[in-house]
Design a protein around this ligand. Structure first.
Ligand code: ATP
Ligand code: MG
Length: 373
């Protein structure tokens, strides 16, 4: 809508007819004061403003419009009997389009300018619309992201509390079972069931510990308590532990590094135990497991080799990912798919790395390296 402001009814009539003939919607005001009132109520694409009016003149109206945020961008065409100085017009009216047409009005020139401003206005409107839609979209995405983050934080918190709460009763169960175990005579038939229960309790304990570790890793709450220790001894102790748990496996340790390592000893032992229990778990038919240690460029390198089911080539880069389990074997073997993820995080936090070599159907070798102290 275009607003024509002129104190002469005749001029208004001529301009209105001209513009309406070219399909422009038109509104009119007979004075500066009336124009200001209208501008505050309605939005206009353009104002055609007579300079010489009794009361408030065109320049004063423009000055007020330029000082108001809602109106400062409406373009103005001044109608003036005399040739006015452009610098004077633009004073105080820096933003928004501005132009002038001298009287007597040449209809072609006026139409040309009106069309230009109208087109600009239309382009601006479309741009503003696009911009506001984009802004809404950004806001919406931000909100969705915040909600997702909050949900994920709550889930992590729940996981952490749940696994912690589960550990307490489990620890008492284990203690009571051990008491029962001790009070039975070796010949008691029930002994075998107690042993099996204890094995299941240990498995459950490992699962819960893994869940707790994972949630601590996610929250950056897994703390490392680093001390200086003999690396070869750690490897031998961890292997011995697994040997006792799985007496039917033949587990050998070869090589040596002869170095001290500065790290969290129980956590590094956990990595090795994870590698070893995987080696046992995923080689149900081959009972041979070979652990090897060596020193290379001041890094201790450990490898755990089994002759079990192996891992297909395409799955090999994935196995250290959280929850990843190789397709096809996941129903045969129990697990959460978090063991290797935790291992790789622990090793990374010790400035080392994890990797593997494997041939499907023939077996796997899992490695990790860690710098000497
Ligand atoms: P858990 O969280 O209880 O350890 P998991 O053993 O399934 O469960 P990871 O130890 O992270 O999880 O291992 C991920 C996957 O990598 C396993 O599901 C298995 O498919 C594959 N994998 C790991 N070690 C071996 C191995 N020695 N031989 C063959 N496949 C293996
Ligand atoms: Mg595992």
């Amino acid at each position: 809508m275009i607003l024509i402001v002129d104190d002469t009814a005749e001029n208004i009539f001529t301009l209105r007819t001209l513009l309406e003939l070219h399909s422009f919607p038109v509104d009119t005001a007979a004075s500066g004061e009336e124009a200001l009132k209208k501008v505050l109520k309605k939005s206009y694409a353009l104002i055609i403003l007579d300079v010489q009016m009794p009361g408030m003149d065109g320049f004063e109206v423009a000055e007020i419009l330029s000082g108001n945020n809602a109106t400062k961008d409406i373009p103005v065409i001044f109608l003036s009997a005399i040739n006015i100085d452009k610098r004077y017009i633009t004073r105080g009216y820096l933003s928004g389009g501005i132009d002038y047409v001298t009287k007597p009005i040449d209809p072609d020139i006026l139409l040309l300018r009106v069309k230009t401003f109208y087109r600009l206005h239309e382009q601006n409107r479309v741009l503003n619309e696009v911009q506001s839609n984009l802004r809404k979209e950004i806001e919406y995405r931000k909100l969705a992201q915040q909600e997702a983050q909050e949900a994920s934080r709550r889930k992590d918190e729940f996981m952490s509390i749940a696994s912690h709460e589960l550990k307490t009763p489990l620890a008492s169960m284990k203690a009571y079972m051990q008491l029962v175990d001790r009070s039975l005579s070796k010949a008691d038939k029930i002994q075998i069931y107690i042993d099996r229960t204890l094995i299941q309790i240990n498995t459950l304990n490992t699962l819960i510990t893994d869940l707790l570790d994972m949630s601590r890793l996610e929250n950056g709450k897994l703390k490392f308590n680093k001390t200086l220790f003999n690396f070869d001894e750690l490897v031998r102790d961890a292997t011995e532990m697994i040997r006792q748990t799985y007496p039917d496996y033949n587990i050998s340790v070869n090589g040596q590094t002869g170095i001290m390592v500065k790290g969290d000893e129980p956590r590094l032992e956990q990595v090795l135990l994870n590698y070893l229990t995987n080696a046992v778990k995923y080689s149900p038919d081959a009972k041979e497991i070979q652990v090897h240690i060596r020193l290379e460029e001041n890094m201790a390198i450990v490898s755990v080799r089994d002759f079990g089911i192996g891992i297909p080539k395409q799955s090999q880069p994935e196995v250290f990912r959280k929850f990843y389990r190789v397709e096809g074997s996941e129903h045969r073997f129990q697990g959460l798919g978090v063991g290797l993820y935790i291992c790789s995080e622990i090793i990374q936090r010790h400035k080392g790395s994890c990797w593997l070599q494997s041939e499907y159907g023939k077996g796997s070798t899992f490695f990790f390296s860690i710098p000497a102290a």
